[in-house]
Design a protein around this ligand. Structure first.
Ligand SMILES: C[S@@+](CC[C@H](N)C(=O)[O-])C[C@H]1O[C@@H](n2cnc3c(N)ncnc32)[C@H](O)[C@@H]1O
Length: 231
């Protein structure tokens, strides 16, 4: 086979057309999965009082529980994206018989368990359940699971969504509303702490507003019974 160099070809007067295809832009690296992103944040060493961790029960929940009657016996509550589970403890102390606290980040779940080991009145190692004694009488229980909110089974009478919606990618908001509906008992209550209320792009936390959350929940049949500003 005869080969000819580019230089020889040009000297011989050959017309050479070169097509230069534009190089496709390098795609940005894929966003890490939410579980990895949150786990990375927890793993960096999130101490009580750092970032979103308020170091104790959320002020908004404490203020609500002060005026909320004790729930009827047998009531169950869910805390999605529970972090250190301070609020799960407050709900169990308030009288919810079963409180389920879930977080997608394994380190958050370990932090919650370590917190509850110190604070709970008892722990059943076989069942993985923490017990809280109510005024020297009955016990309520707290279960902590490493699970994605969207995979939580069961039904609950009360859901405390505290800085959880703002932690989710905005593309998941309708799915969040549908899942809340699926998890709540027919006469159940969803209490949501809408934060941060501001104008900003990006997150987490992603900016929210009362009308935004109200409109998200309306198609699922939710009715806003009370909106309070907590400072
Ligand atoms: C802003 S933090 C709030 C933590 C807690 N509610 C508090 O107030 O301290 C959001 C939490 O949700 C968790 N999370 C994010 N996406 C989740 C998901 N799909 N399912 C369960 N937990 C999730 C994160 O790991 C993180 O601990």
């Amino acid at each position: 086979m005869a080969t000819i160099s580019l230089g020889d070809a040009l000297r011989a007067g050959a017309e050479i057309t070169m097509t230069v295809e534009p190089r496709p832009p390098t795609p940005p690296p894929p966003e890490p999965e939410p579980a990895c992103r949150w786990e990375a944040m927890w793993k960096r060493g999130l101490e009580p009082g750092d970032a979103f961790d308020v170091g104790g029960v959320s002020g908004a929940l404490a203020s609500y529980l002060k005026r909320a009657p004790r729930p009827p016996e047998g009531s169950a509550a869910l805390v999605p994206g529970c972090g250190r589970a301070y609020d799960a403890l407050a709900l169990a102390r308030h009288g919810f018989d079963r409180v389920v606290a879930v977080d997608i980040a394994p380190t958050a779940v370990r932090a919650a368990m370590s917190f509850l080991e110190d604070e709970a009145d008892g722990y059943d190692e076989d069942l993985g359940i923490y017990y809280i004694q109510i005024k020297g009488t009955r016990f309520t229980k707290i279960e902590v699971y490493e699970v994605d909110f969207f995979d939580v089974p069961d039904k609950f009478d009360f859901i405390w969504d505290c800085t959880f919606l703002c932690a989710l990618d905005p593309s998941l908001r309708e799915k969040w509303a549908t899942k809340q509906k699926a998890l709540l008992d027919e006469n159940g209550t969803l209490l949501s702490c809408i934060f941060p209320i501001c104008e900003k792009v990006g997150g987490p936390p992603y900016a929210l507003s009362v009308p935004l959350v109200t409109e998200l929940l309306k198609p699922e049949g939710f009715e806003a019974v009370e909106t309070r500003v907590w400072r």
